[in-house]
Design a protein around this ligand. Structure first.
Ligand SMILES: Cc1cc2nc3c(=O)[nH]c(=O)nc-3n(C[C@H](O)[C@H](O)[C@H](O)COP(=O)(O)OP(=O)(O)OC[C@H]3O[C@@H](n4cnc5c(N)ncnc54)[C@H](O)[C@@H]3O)c2cc1C
Length: 410
């Protein structure tokens, strides 16, 4: 459903409409406060599911997304032409705040497709491709993944080797990607390829949208140290992609990649300074439960963590205000992502101090060993979407104006 943008509802009318939809389609979240020892003690950062659990979660996520979209709440700020409602960020925030009060199936499987691939399609695809993919992505009918990293190219993304060779109206792609989150349930992928090996490395790349079910695409799961397998290796063996599915110019893929990477940092780091999902409530309850709430060093570390989360939250709000004002996400997003992982690292260090051996061996005690999944997930967060070191380089060069990092010749 798309509303007439001329007849945009007032915020009050929109809230009433959203409340009616949510009341009719989802149970309310109980208002009970967190109580130590009750409910699940899961605090992991990555998905640790069996294939069956994951399939059920994806199905539930898709069913909810379709209902939400059909009721006019799927893509609140998007252009009406592609299924959006063309309302402002205030309407978006109002809906997000209301929907948090309801028990809605996890929407995490859409994070990359909607947070990174869809904005890149909107910015760089031809109209036919926007019409073909944006609505199904936002309705949850299809899921997108990001096919950038390769075994020899991560931070140095422009060093990728997957080749795309033109054949009439099509391109033939061969190569290997790695660390592709969610490839196992994705329908389309945004893939960066090398089209002109003879040009300087940043100038010989081209971006495409690839059908993940096309002949020649093979997805193999990779297991992470916490046990689950949320990412994959993806092999491409002479996979054919129509030229219409090119994003941006031939050999102009680096510019397109930057759009995706900035949106990635906004998507990872933009959540209000991080740790908001876990909450201080659970963390401080843990400190109290294990009897260290009066330890001056622990108190100082908790205060330091709290201060840094608040500061990151304010910085993020400034960056988000810029985006809402129509500007592209810039190096502020690198600050947001770095702040998030720095805060996670502070928290992991404090957890190790407080829990000690309880983090290494499971005695069955509620809220003890469970934190090990968080601690083991932090290094992954520090690498995904730009490592801490790379983000420091970006902040040094583009925010602080420091001299550029010396680079070897291309
Ligand atoms: C949880 C997770 C999910 C991911 N999901 C995806 C995905 O969906 N799609 C995708 O394409 N990729 C994904 N990645 C891959 C991710 O983008 C890369 O891991 C990341 O870019 C780093 O690349 P690399 O692993 O090759 O490490 P490298 O680039 O080899 O880095 C190794 C170390 O060297 C340091 N280093 C490298 N260059 C410099 C430099 N110039 N200055 C200082 N230090 C430097 C790095 O900081 C790091 O500590 C994911 C990774 C993780 C952990």
């Amino acid at each position: 459903m798309t509303a007439d943008p001329v007849a945009a509802p007032s915020i009050e009318a929109f809230r009433d409409e959203a409340t009616r939809f949510l009341d009719a389609h989802a149970p309310k979240r109980p208002e009970r406060r967190f109580v130590w020892g009750e409910g699940s003690d899961h605090v992991g950062l990555f998905e640790e599911k069996t294939a069956e659990e994951e399939a059920a979660e994806v199905a539930a996520a898709k069913a909810w997304k379709a209902e939400e979209f059909d009721a006019g709440f799927g893509w609140i700020t998007g252009p009406a032409r592609y299924g959006g409602r063309e309302l402002g960020a205030e309407h978006q925030r109002a809906y997000a705040a209301l929907s948090r009060r309801y028990q809605i199936p996890s929407q995490s499987c859409f994070g990359i497709g909607l947070g990174m691939v869809a904005p890149t399609i909107l910015a760089h695809a031809i109209d036919d491709v926007k019409e073909r993919y944006l609505r199904p992505l936002w309705r949850g009918d299809i899921i997108g993944c990001q096919l950038f990293s390769e075994p020899i190219a991560g931070s140095d993304l422009a060093g990728i080797q997957s080749r795309a060779v033109r054949d009439g109206d099509e391109w033939v792609v061969s190569g290997q990607k790695v660390w592709t989150s969610g490839a196992q349930f994705s329908d389309i992928g945004e893939i960066i390829t090398r089209t002109s090996p003879d040009k300087p490395k940043h100038r010989g790349l081209t971006m495409f949208l690839v059908d993940m079910h096309a002949p020649g695409v093979e997805v193999r799961p990779l297991r992470q140290m916490t046990g689950g397998a949320s990412f994959n290796e993806v092999f491409f063996d002479e996979v054919r992609i129509p030229d219409s599915h090119r994003l941006g110019d031939v050999d102009g893929g680096w510019t397109v990649a930057l759009t995706t990477l900035m949106n990635e940092r906004a998507a990872i780091g933009g959540g209000g300074g991080g740790l908001s999902d876990l909450g201080f409530e659970r963390f401080s309850a843990m400190v109290e439960h294990f009897g260290v709430a009066d330890d001056p060093l622990v108190r100082q570390a908790v205060a330091d963590l709290y201060t840094n989360v608040r500061v990151a939250g304010y910085t993020n709000q400034r960056a988000m205000a810029k985006i809402r004002a129509g500007q592209l996400p810039g190096p502020e997003m690198s600050i947001a992502k770095l702040s998030l992982t720095q805060n996670m690292q502070r928290m992991a260090a404090l957890l190790a101090d407080v829990l000690g051996p309880r983090l290494a061996a499971d005695t069955g005690e509620w809220g003890a060993y469970a934190w090990s999944e968080f601690v083991l997930g932090v290094p992954g967060m520090r690498v995904a979407g730009g490592t801490d070191e790379i983000l420091r380089n970006i902040i040094g060069e583009r925010v602080l104006g420091l001299p550029k990092e010396p680079k070897p010749p291309a």
